[in-house]
Design a protein around this ligand. Structure first.
Ligand code: SF4
Length: 218
């Protein structure tokens, strides 16, 4: 399938996902490296697939890779990842019981020449999120976590639909009909802490939401 010629409403990762929902993580990761399901692969360095424990109890979903993730090929290795690691630790969620991925697996950006050609993150479109969803569905099927955590509005919309509002639905247990009714908790994206005027208050909110996860896991 050529994403170059596919109309926008035909963007999908589906033909690239191996072996249906029963495929293991290694096979999924290998196949995702060659995904051409939407045009985002053209400018990005590489696919950034999920990482973590294959039998994780908690599967965390962010938006999409950032600049450093794109260069290193791993999710949440930048400053937002460090905030998340600290918040998970403080909330009592064990790192070796987590797997972390993104709703969209390729970095999308705009280049700003007046800022030294810096690559500035651009949010994925609804079509790109929908195109990439088969990878997330396959990851959830392979891991079968006890809890899914949506990090930010984009991940929440990818999982719960466009009416999702992180400010209204964060920090409570929600069913996720799109993913076999797995239990989920939504919270802010950890990058929101870095952008906030009052970083401490926003960080505390993130920890508080993640405590709901830790308590539900027992
Ligand atoms: S963003 Fe997702 S659907 Fe698009 S090319 Fe990358 S892996 Fe495939």
């Amino acid at each position: 399938m050529s994403a170059r010629t596919a109309p926008e409403d035909a963007y999908t990762a589906e033909p690239f996902v191996p072996g249906g929902p029963g495929a293991g993580l290694d096979a999924l990761r290998e196949a995702a490296a060659g995904c051409r399901g939407c045009p985002l692969h053209r400018e990005a360095t590489q696919t950034v697939f999920g990482a973590g424990a294959p039998d994780a109890r908690v599967l965390l979903v962010g938006e999409q890779p950032g600049d450093q993730e794109d260069r290193q090929g791993k999710p949440f290795v930048g400053p937002a990842g460090r905030v998340l690691t600290r918040a998970l630790d403080e909330a009592g969620v064990e790192p070796d019981e987590t797997y972390i991925t993104n709703a969209v697996k390729h970095f999308t950006f705009t280049v700003v020449p007046e800022r030294g050609k810096r690559r500035i993150h651009k949010p994925p479109s609804l079509r790109e999120m929908t195109a990439c969803r088969p990878w997330l569905v396959a990851e959830v099927a392979a891991i079968d976590p006890e809890m899914i955590v949506a990090l930010g509005a984009t991940a929440g919309k990818a999982l719960l639909g466009s009416s999702f509002r992180v400010t209204e639905q964060r920090g409570t247990l929600l069913p996720c009909p799109a993913l076999d009714d797995h239990e989920m908790v939504a919270t802010i994206h950890p990058s929101a802490v870095l952008r906030a005027d009052d970083r401490e208050a926003v960080y505390r909110g993130l920890v508080s939401d993640l405590r709901v996860v830790a308590e539900a896991l027992g």
